[in-house]
Design a protein around this ligand. Structure first.
Ligand code: SF4
Ligand code: SF4
Ligand code: FES
Length: 229
């Protein structure tokens, strides 16, 4: 079985010795048996840490859970700086969490959290920051300052947390390069290993924004397709 890995150029490796191996096991095999210079990231080996995300045949996957197949083409994530081979610099992606104020600000009188409250953002809490959604999002191609799927999912997580005291401040921050820039294409949802739908979270944040008096800035420029009048 042969696979190709994008390094400075596409390099083909014969990994016929391996049967039913994950991509991470295959990368480890190549590094120990064929080419010690191959560089990639990994940690937990069990889909928990999010560090091994790459693209296979143009789709984002976790290397530790993906089973390698004949002819696979492996590339680093998109929309991030490639440091070497499959290792990317995630700093800019993580900066968006800070820019989006995606953390909790507890009020002095914190209410008790019920099980129903917890369910509101249970799924969002499962994000492992693998940045697969960031890589798959087409908006970054035209706007590298877009706050993007996982940061907006984090904002939703905290905005929907009953203990948070400044939801309004978070909603204010995501009006620019945020929720209204998303095209609702759903690419982020399709690649998320944790079944998180950032698209759905963005839609909920849009509804929340209207409750605070915001409206879609693109709405005013919509001409209703009546150019011929
Ligand atoms: S739905 Fe929005 S955030 Fe998700 S990939 Fe599409 S444009 Fe990006
Ligand atoms: S939302 Fe999903 S795809 Fe995006 S960083 Fe979190 S776990 Fe990864
Ligand atoms: S090595 Fe941790 S998610 Fe793959």
């Amino acid at each position: 079985m042969n696979i190709k890995i994008k390094r400075d150029e596409l390099v083909e490796y014969n990994v016929s010795e391996l049967k039913g191996a994950t991509l991470l096991e295959t990368l480890n095999y190549i590094k120990t048996k064929i080419d010690p210079t191959l560089t990639y990231s990994s940690g937990c080996r069990s889909s928990v840490c999010g560090s091994c995300a790459v693209r296979v045949n143009e789709k984002e996957v976790l290397a530790c859970s993906y089973k390698v197949q004949e002819g696979d083409v492996i590339e680093p994530l998109k929309n991030v700086e490639v440091i070497r081979d499959l290792v990317v610099n995630m700093d800019k992606a993580y900066e968006f969490n800070a820019k989006s104020k995606a953390w909790i600000n507890k009020s002095a009188s914190t209410p008790d959290v019920t099980q129903e409250n917890e369910k509101l953002n249970e799924v969002q809490s499962d994000c492992i920051l693998c940045a697969s959604c960031y890589s798959a999002c087409p908006v970054y191609a035209v706007n590298p300052e877009f706050k993007g799927p996982f940061s907006l999912t984090r904002v939703y997580k905290y905005v929907s947390d009953v203990r948070d005291s400044d939801a309004k401040e978070k909603i204010d921050v995501i009006q620019t390069n945020g929720i209204w820039d998303c095209t609702l294409c759903n690419e982020c949802t399709m690649v998320c290993p944790q079944d998180i739908s950032s698209k759905a979270d963005i839609e909920k944040l849009r509804m929340k924004s209207t409750q605070y008096g915001y409206m879609d800035p693109n709405f005013g420029s919509f001409d209703g397709g009546l150019d011929f009048l």
